[in-house]
Design a protein around this ligand. Structure first.
Ligand code: ADE
Length: 235
């Protein structure tokens, strides 16, 4: 086992879906995978491996925020040989033409996190980006499934609650679609250790209008996103 994951070597598939919420990992394992087995419960951060259309896939909770997501991304790649990681999660929309339930693929991730600044000694603003192959596959999968998938840049924020909504307005002016809290770290660490990464998100709330999804909308919207994630993972 690694420091934060209880699985033995070989317990985790090369293709992993990364929801932030461990209970969502359980829900995906129970509703989308065959023969899913739980390989870790360390700190309640559940991980499962099963098959999807006959191909081994794992689904691992990554927690909230970049410090937590960094730990799981690092250990999955370096201790368990994971080759491709697809974050699936929720986001708050900034773009006025996004609706609750819309699904986004993050082509790149701006961030206010200091993690990459310290990585490059404050001298370079590294640009965390999605793996092109995974992104292209996700677009093709969504087209086949008839699910509309909006591709664009997002913000990975350190804080869920902000005192600077004006900065969100500026980002929207620059075409940033939405805010979440993990993608920049996942993209950066995957790039650093030679793995592929993509982030797919469902709009759960709209930052400008204040609208929020109810639970029925969440289930439907998240189902579409999970199907795109799984089909992309096994392609
Ligand atoms: N995830 C879902 N909604 C969010 C928001 N408004 N800000 C940051 N992360 C989110």
């Amino acid at each position: 086992m690694s420091v934060h994951i209880g699985g033995q070597p070989g317990d985790i598939a090369e293709r992993v879906l990364l929801p932030g919420d461990p209970m969502r990992a359980k829900w995906i394992a129970e509703n989308f995978l065959q023969d899913a087995k739980c390989y870790t419960q360390v700190r309640g951060m559940l991980g499962f491996t099963g098959t999807y259309q006959g191909i081994r896939v794992s689904v691992q909770g990554s927690g909230m925020g970049m410090p937590s997501a960094s730990i799981y991304t690092h250990e999955l790649i370096n201790e368990y040989g994971v080759k491709s990681l697809i974050r699936i999660g929720s986001c708050g929309a900034l773009a006025m033409d996004l609706q609750l339930g819309d699904v986004i693929a993050a082509i790149g991730s701006a961030t206010d996190s200091n993690m990459n600044r310290s990585r490059f000694d404050g001298l370079i603003d590294y640009a965390p980006v999605a793996n092109f192959e995974l992104l292209r596959t996700a677009v093709e999968v969504a087209e086949r499934q008839g699910t509309s998938l909006r591709v664009g840049p997002i913000l990975a924020a350190d804080a869920f609650y902000t005192d600077r909504p004006d900065l969100y307005d500026s980002l929207a002016d620059y075409g940033v679609l939405a805010v979440e809290m993990e993608s920049a770290a996942i993209y950066t660490i995957a790039a650093r250790y030679g793995a592929k990464a993509l982030t797919i998100l469902t709009v759960s709330d709209h930052i400008k209008t204040g609208e929020k999804m109810d639970s029925a909308q969440r289930e439907q919207g998240f189902g579409d996103m999970v199907r795109i994630g799984l089909e992309t993972a096994i392609a």
